[in-house]
Design a binder for this molecule. Structure first.
Ligand code: URA
Length: 211
């Protein structure tokens, strides 16, 4: 299986991402930009959602009009805590989506992810799943979260992030070649603490103002 990565280069996304990267961008602005960028990314990631036709009436005439076909709603799984930022944007666009949360923290010494929370809807076999985390750095959290989520047997899986490092992509592709990655940019690399360079810093801290 050939691993897939899609870099979504829409000018609005790239412009807003640059604003997010800037060190002087405030927490409030960062948060609203994260919502906006996530909505734009979601537009691309959901491009292949199937449609069916319903008979409706406009004020002028009856017509067969397209509506989303999925009987079972999309499930969006946020990797806590920074995934919350992307989740909020997607839910504005797809309010009926179901939601799951995976809590992982990175051991600062080993950078290995440790699970501290896991809650997802039970009936996942018939649902498409979108796993979200803004930063794919080492890829360790993404790999571990997807590994865990595969045990729930979703119908399909995609992974959505804002920024990815080449090391993270390689690791993820190695472990999960069947899960396509969507990102707004691929950055140069990682520093010795596993942060993306040039990146945007700690996405959770910037989103929640914790630093
Ligand atoms: N997590 C972040 O929030 N930022 C990085 O650069 C890497 C991981």
């Amino acid at each position: 299986m050939t691993p897939q990565i899609t870099v979504i280069r829409h000018p609005l996304i790239q412009h807003k991402l640059t604003l997010m990267r800037r060190v002087e961008t405030s927490t409030a602005k960062f948060r609203s930009l994260m919502t906006e960028v996530s909505m734009l990314l979601a537009y691309e990631v959901t491009r292949d959602l199937p449609l069916k036709h319903d008979l409706i009436k406009t004020p002028m005439a009856a017509m067969q009009a397209p509506v989303l076909a999925a009987d079972k709603k999309l499930v969006v799984v946020s990797i806590m805590r920074a995934g919350q930022g992307i989740l909020d944007g997607i839910l504005q666009l797809i309010p009926s989506a179901r939601v799951g949360h995976v809590g992982l923290y990175r051991d600062p010494a080993t950078l290995i992810p440790i699970e501290y929370y896991f809650k997802v809807p039970h009936d996942l076999e018939d649902r498409d799943m979108l796993v979200v985390d803004p930063m794919m750095a080492t890829g360790n959290s993404a790999v571990a979260a997807v590994q865990r989520l595969k045990q729930t047997n979703p119908k399909s899986m995609k992974f959505l992030c804002l920024l990815a490092a080449p090391q993270g992509i390689a690791h993820f592709h190695d472990q999960h070649p069947d899960v396509p990655i969507y990102t707004a940019a691929i950055d140069e690399g990682l520093d010795e603490h596993g942060y993306i360079i040039p990146g945007l810093g700690d996405a959770g801290d910037r989103l929640f103002g914790t630093k």
